[in-house]
Ligand binder design. Structure first.
Ligand code: GLU
Length: 556
């Protein structure tokens, strides 16, 4: 094998490896020309050589090809790079993982939540194992009751089906059991100090007097705990009183909450703090990895003490960067306030960044998944914008949806002097020019048509695929027919619909409504379908009401 043959052979092997053992001569040629520019002048020679060598490579079994790749020292690099673009390998084990999404039920999920839910879901899909949904409802003040249901619906929309679902409010007795166990191990104590006093001591690396309580004294207070007033006592987990971060020093594990719980009523008064219930559950439910935002770094540090006191194995904690959402997701509390005062129509108001709102607009769950996988779990912060979401979504839906004419704010024109032959002409347009197999739609041209009000301006315009008209002072007359004539006259190309068009309304992303007309073929659409209104944008059919189609606008 001479030098050139060897180069071709290597490229053929690489191409075969990417395509299940079957290299393609054209692709091999292309790959040589792009990566070995000095060989370009020898293209005429390389063409036939590629054909010959590709045939030889394709005749080898997959094992033989692999062996040859090793022999020639080539490896498919491009693929590796692609993999790195997705989610990286997890620390620790990458098989049979147990991971969780643990939202507070304060509202439905928004894009920010997807950041936590999707990587967990994707890792479980990739590594096998278990995905747990744990609803963290141990703060009655932060519970919005419908969220119990909404969260599950939203996860389902994202394509994530939890293997197990837990509500923390069902687990109070478990938390009590471990609180007692910690007390018995001398690792937690009942603290009756005034909060401010405790803080003063703690900030000076000094233990409070309660830290020296005996186990018996602690147990006695613990038993009386449910009868105490809020603020009278807390249960603290011992950490390092000299820890460099004062927040970590002897953190609160349990406290009194007097609010009524939506699920539990007034049954419990002693409530676990987030760090306590999260660690107990992460351990008991067998979490192998805990992915959380880097704003939880100090919490992870606190939780490690509890694991150590109990002699539990610490899961792999992975902290990812902040997600800046610019104009996207309003905080749940602001959205809720806006819904209550009537500013927003509901959780699916098109101005909100909830998953319900974006689903209504035709943003695909795959779009959100792709976005979150792309962002990954790196420590550095990331920013997302609507523009980014629209770009990804367009790539996904462009392939699937059909195109129609939509005339916003329509005005009727009656075109004078149309030649008899051109009246009643059935104009066929493809449902999508790139997918002829989908067939055509038909628009019948007559002298009366609707055009967008904004296009009723003086000059020559081409009614797309029909005729060219001259508009003057709001009246239209026939100008010419062909596309060439339109080009010569520098006509603007405008959309139109026949007079039998269907009423359509598009709720825009700012919640304003654009009224218009769409072609009669839109009658074949069903609720949930997405269309591309030519020159207007993508929209999802949301409702059919009294012969009117109501769409939600997605994006350009
Ligand atoms: N419920 C907590 C949150 O949503 C969970 C935090 C964690 O990942 O441990 O912030």
């Amino acid at each position: 094998m001479d030098e050139l043959e060897e180069i071709v052979f290597k490229h053929a092997l690489l191409n075969a490896a990417k395509h299940n053992g079957n290299a393609n001569p054209g692709a091999v040629m292309g790959s040589i020309m792009s990566s070995e520019p000095e060989l370009r002048p020898r293209a005429k020679e390389i063409g036939p050589l590629s054909g010959k060598i590709v045939a030889q490579v394709n005749a080898l079994s997959l094992e033989e090809q692999k062996a040859k790749m090793e022999e020639f020292g080539v490896a498919v690099e491009e693929k590796k790079q692609k993999k790195e673009e997705g989610l990286p390998k997890l620390p620790g084990k990458n098989k049979d993982v147990v991971m969780r999404f643990a939202p507070n039920p304060s509202g439905p999920l928004h894009i920010g939540h997807a950041r936590a839910a999707i990587p967990n879901g994707e890792y479980v899909k990739k590594c096998g194992g278990k995905f747990i949904l744990r609803i963290e409802d141990t703060d009655p003040k932060r519970i919005y009751e419908p969220a119990y249901e909404l969260i599950q619906e939203d996860l389902k929309w994202l394509g994530i089906e939890p293997d197990e679902v837990y509500y923390q409010s069902d687990r109070f007795e478990i938390y009590y059991q471990y609180a007692e166990e910690l007390i018995k191990r001398g690792a937690a104590y009942m603290c009756t100090c005034d909060g401010g006093e405790f803080k003063k001591l703690k900030d000076n690396c000094q233990a409070c007097p309660c830290r020296d309580n005996t186990v018996e004294e602690n147990m006695e207070l613990w038993k009386k705990f449910p009868e105490m007033e809020a603020g009278e006592a807390v249960l603290r987990v011992k950490t390092d009183i000299n820890h460099k971060n004062p927040a970590i020093r002897d953190w609160v594990a349990m406290r009194i909450v007097e609010e009524e719980h939506p699920r539990m009523g007034t049954k419990y008064r002693v409530y676990p703090m987030m760090n306590f219930s999260v660690s107990v559950d992460d351990h008991l439910l067998g979490m192998t990895h805990v992915l959380r935002g880097k704003d939880h770094l100090a919490n992870s540090e606190k939780q490690k003490y509890l694991y150590q006191h109990m002699g539990w194995e610490i899961p792999e904690f992975v902290h990812y960067g902040r997600l800046k959402m610019e104009d996207i997701a309003l905080s749940t509390s602001k959205a809720m306030a806006g819904i209550e005062d009537g500013t927003y129509s509901g959780w699916d108001d098109p101005r909100l960044g909830t998953l319900k709102a974006i689903a209504r607009r035709g943003i695909q769950p795959e779009t959100i998944t792709q976005l979150m996988v792309e962002i990954g779990i790196k420590m550095s912060d990331s920013a997302i914008s609507w523009k980014k979401i629209y770009g990804l979504n367009r790539n996904i839906i462009e392939q699937k949806v059909n195109r129609y004419f939509f005339v916003p704010n329509p005005v009727k024109i009656d075109i004078a002097d149309v030649p008899e032959d051109d009246l009643g002409l059935a104009i066929e347009r493809p449902l999508h020019p790139d997918f002829e197999e989908r067939g055509n739609r038909t628009l019948v041209f007559n002298r009366e048509v609707y055009i967008p009000e904004a296009d009723l301006t003086d000059g020559i315009s081409r009614l797309m695929d029909a005729v060219n008209v001259e508009i003057k002072d709001g009246t239209a007359s026939f100008h010419s027919k062909s596309f060439e004539d339109a080009r010569e006259a520098k006509a603007r190309i405008i959309q139109w619909v026949p007079t039998d068009a269907i009423k359509a309304k598009v709720v825009m992303d700012d919640a304003s409504v654009t009224e218009g007309l769409c072609e009669i073929d839109c009658n074949d659409l069903k609720v949930g379908d997405i269309v591309q209104f030519e020159r207007f944008g993508f929209a999802r059919l949301d409702e059919i009401k009294d012969d009117e189609l109501i769409f939600y606008y997605a994006h350009k």
